[in-house]
Design a protein. Structure first.
Length: 768
């Protein structure tokens, strides 16, 4: 747009200067979003110390703690003991938690730790929550032991300080198996039905800043408290809006559905270690632990003394970090700002026509054609992922969350830039640089308006870059009548100024998308970076005069290839960054026929010791799920599951199920769909859940009971229209060491995250 205003040497210098400014903004934004320095055990007693919290982790977070496990029980005893020693009223809630999804009913006997610190004159209750169970594959030092240890250190730091409101420290059980503990808490516990303010703490990686990534509805009062109280606030309403749209959940979900107003926190970097044996103390970032705890302590003190009803609001707010500070404004401003962005882009188009810089037809062509680089950028990123999976099938089992993804991420950014450059340089002569730049701004402005309607807290991410870049373009056109020297300097300055907010927001969003979703959904980050590239097209025009552009796109393509090759060279599996492999043992208790199964696409040499083909005919009915590798295995001594029909009434079957000696859980699979399931254990209330849909790649109905006591459980199934059907019961014991001849994984291999891995599965099939 402003390329003709400067001679070649000046324009090149101006473009380089502008790009350096934007690069500096991107780097400073990344640095400002870092985590905290951990404090030593010698820190003042009133402060949170990661080193002091780490001492608790060393006591209970060194081995897996799945629901119903011995390690889980030992952790519960330690945590409850520490809370009692601190003077809190501690109760253990034993109940059956429940959850449901397509074709599946999940149950579990949970033991929630509920510790209360009474207030002096309560206006309500503040619940600080985290889960003390872990995935079966790893010790869960980050997910979620770090938050639990932070709770103990927070209790210590609060000491005997009098606080107005009741504080409840809720350590839930069974979160990993479907937020079972939180569900039981809100359904059966008086404090769960009472409501209040909730602060929930999670992790989906082993490092990074503690992000406030989710809020309840009408969050204005709580976000204001967060912004005012927390010394290092991280997070934004874009994440909160996106998380509301995703199927993911944490304990925050059932608690807020039950009426709690709250904030949800997590750190998400280095997520390749999530739910694996590497979620351990060795990889836990102490700065992330410090950030979690510092925020927790600050909010506990503030909310503990607040007038909680005064925090009630009737609206959400938009919030985000910009240049190191947290910006907030009510969502009532979202549509006005989105309208201003659209008006500014439209005004820029009108002024460009008035000055003869670009006509409406060409601007429209620029806007319509700009969809091409956006789609192409996303397609190239997804194509890159498919290529990587083809070269390294093990990447598929990691869900795109790789150990050393930096070179691949850079390649995605280059591919996004290549898509925009290819479009821009192809159409620049025919359509004109000004028309393409103005047309390109229409997309972030349009996305801002769409978000204003469907996800208001996300609108700023597109509205503000479009608005400020459009204002910069308007300023450039208004400067056309000034002196040539002033015009040259001022034009570059205002264009750069307009792009600064874009540089502060959009690359940061792409980085968070990389951290949270990985390369398997790299198209999201590529799309965001392509939008960023559209906002800086005037600077691109300065840097790439027409006679010099011919080598640019080939150079970008070569750079992308080099980065991919570098990624393949650098991101190799080793002892510190292991490969995942899935293996399970299954035996029919009646026939004593046993086999190994693996869901790996390309099994490792260690896995191939046990599997050699794809013949699943010897597996029990309803067991196989998806494409499996199989191999013969020796039989083991195991009692296996037992299912007894207690009664039948029409299409409803009441069963008594036990898993057998040493087994922690049981799974029931039915060859007919289930529409309702009920479960109870001795001394607990029965809980019933509806079941809709069917399971895929296996029998259509499934019931899981995790943490099954030795005495078993009573399970009632409703199977409409079935005069009779087969049911396969699968008892599940953690670990494979009981199998004769089993050799543990060597260094460089860890168990995959598939939930049926590293299990000793003993089955029986019944005709009901």
């Amino acid at each position: 747009m402003i390329g003709k205003l400067l001679d070649v040497p000046r324009r090149t210098l101006a473009a380089v200067s502008a790009l350096l400014v934007l690069a500096g903004v991107i780097m400073l934004t990344a640095m400002a979003d870092s985590t905290m320095q951990p404090l030593p055990a010698s820190a003042p007693a009133t402060e949170f110390s990661a080193e002091r919290a780490l001492r608790h982790l060393e006591r209970f977070a060194t081995r897996p703690r799945p629901i119903g496990s011995e390690a889980g029980g030992q952790a519960r005893d330690y945590l409850a003991g520490r809370l009692r020693a601190a003077g809190l009223d501690v109760r253990i809630q034993r109940a059956v938690g429940a959850n449901t999804s397509a074709g599946l009913a999940s149950f579990g006997q949970v033991h929630n730790i509920v510790a209360t610190r009474p207030g002096t004159d309560p206006t309500g209750t503040v619940v600080i929550a985290a889960h003390y169970d872990s995935a079966a594959m790893g010790p869960g030092a980050s997910d979620d032991a770090a938050a639990v240890a932070a709770m103990l250190e927070t209790v210590r730091a609060l000491g005997g300080t009098a606080l107005r409101n009741d504080l409840v420290f809720l350590m839930t059980d069974g979160e990993e198996d479907g937020v079972l503990g939180a569900e039981a808490f809100v359904r059966e516990h008086p404090l769960g039905r009472k409501g209040g303010v909730l602060l929930n703490w999670e992790a989906r990686g082993v490092s990074g800043p503690s992000l406030m990534f989710e809020t309840s509805r009408d969050n204005a009062g709580l976000v204001a408290t967060f912004a005012r109280t927390v010394p290092h606030p991280r997070g934004d309403s874009m994440m909160a809006e996106l998380y509301r749209l995703l199927p993911n959940n944490t304990d925050f979900t059932p608690l807020t559905k039950a009426g709690f107003a709250g904030l949800n926190f997590a750190y998400i970097q280095e997520s390749s270690r999530y739910h694996t044996a590497d979620d351990s103390l060795a990889f836990l970032d102490r700065g992330s632990l410090q950030h979690h705890g510092t925020n927790m302590l600050a909010l506990a003190r503030d909310l503990g003394g607040a007038d909680l009803p005064a925090l009630t609001a009737d609206h959400d707010v938009t919030f985000f970090r910009l240049f190191g500070g947290l910006v907030t404004y009510p969502n009532g401003l979202v549509w006005p700002l989105a309208g201003l962005a659209l008006a500014a882009v439209a005004g820029l188009a009108l002024l460009a026509r008035f000055h003869g810089v670009a006509g409406p037809g060409r601007i429209a062509a620029g806007a319509v054609s700009a969809v091409v680089p956006l789609v192409l950028a996303a397609a190239l990123a997804q194509g890159l992922w498919e290529l990587l999976v083809a070269v390294r099938p093990d990447y598929n089992g990691m869900g795109g969350l790789l150990h050393r993804p930096e070179a691949y991420r850079a390649a995605v950014v280059v591919l996004a830039g290549l898509a925009v450059l290819g479009w821009y340089l192809t159409l620049r002569r025919r359509v004109g640089p000004a028309a393409l730049a103005i047309g390109g701004l229409a997309w972030p402005a349009l996305l801002g308006a769409v978000c204003a309607q469907v996800a208001p807290g996300a609108s700023y991410m597109f509205t503000l870059p479009a608005l400020l870049c459009a204002l910069g373009g308007l300023a450039v056109l208004l400067l056309r009548r000034t002196s040539a020297r002033l015009k040259a300097v001022a034009s570059v300055a205002v264009v750069t100024w307009g792009a600064v907010v874009s540089a502060a927001l959009l690359p940061a969003l792409a980085r968070v998308a990389f951290d949270g979703m990985g390369l398997a959904l790299g198209g999201v980050s590529a799309l965001v970076m392509a939008l960023f590239a559209l906002t800086v097209l005037p600077i691109v025009e300065l840097l790439l005069p027409e006679r010099r552009h011919h080598a640019v796109t080939p150079a970008a393509a070569v750079l992308a290839v080099v980065l991919v090759a570098a990624g393949l060279a650098v991101d190799r599996f080793d002892a510190a960054n292991p490969r995942r492999t899935h293996l399970a043992y299954v035996m029919d208790a009646d026939t004593k026929v046993a086999g190994w199964v693996s869901a790996d696409l390309d099994p490792s040499s260690w896995t191939r010791r046990y599997v050699s083909g794809h013949d699943t005919r010897s597996l029990p009915p309803g067991y196989a799920r998806g494409t499996l590798w199989t191999g013969d295995a020796p039989a083991v001594q195991a009692t296996g599951p037992k299912v007894t029909i207690l009664s039948r009434s029409g299409d409803t079957y009441r069963l008594r199920v036990t898993a057998g000696q040493g087994a922690r859980s049981i799974t029931l699979r039915t060859e007919r769909p289930i529409t309702e399931a009920t479960a109870k254990t001795g001394g607990t209330r029965a809980v019933t859940v509806p079941v809709t849909g069917s399971r895929v790649n296996t029998w259509p109905g499934e019931v899981r009971f995790r943490g099954l006591p030795a005495s078993g459980a009573e399970i009632t199934l409703r199977v409409p229209g079935a005069k009779g059907f087969r049911l396969t019961a699968i008892s599940e014991t953690d670990g494979l060491t009981a199998v004769p001849g089993f050799v543990p994984r060597p260094a460089g291999l860890i168990a995959a995250t598939r939930e049926d891995g590293d299990l000793l599965a003993i089955t029986r099939t019944y005709a009901l």
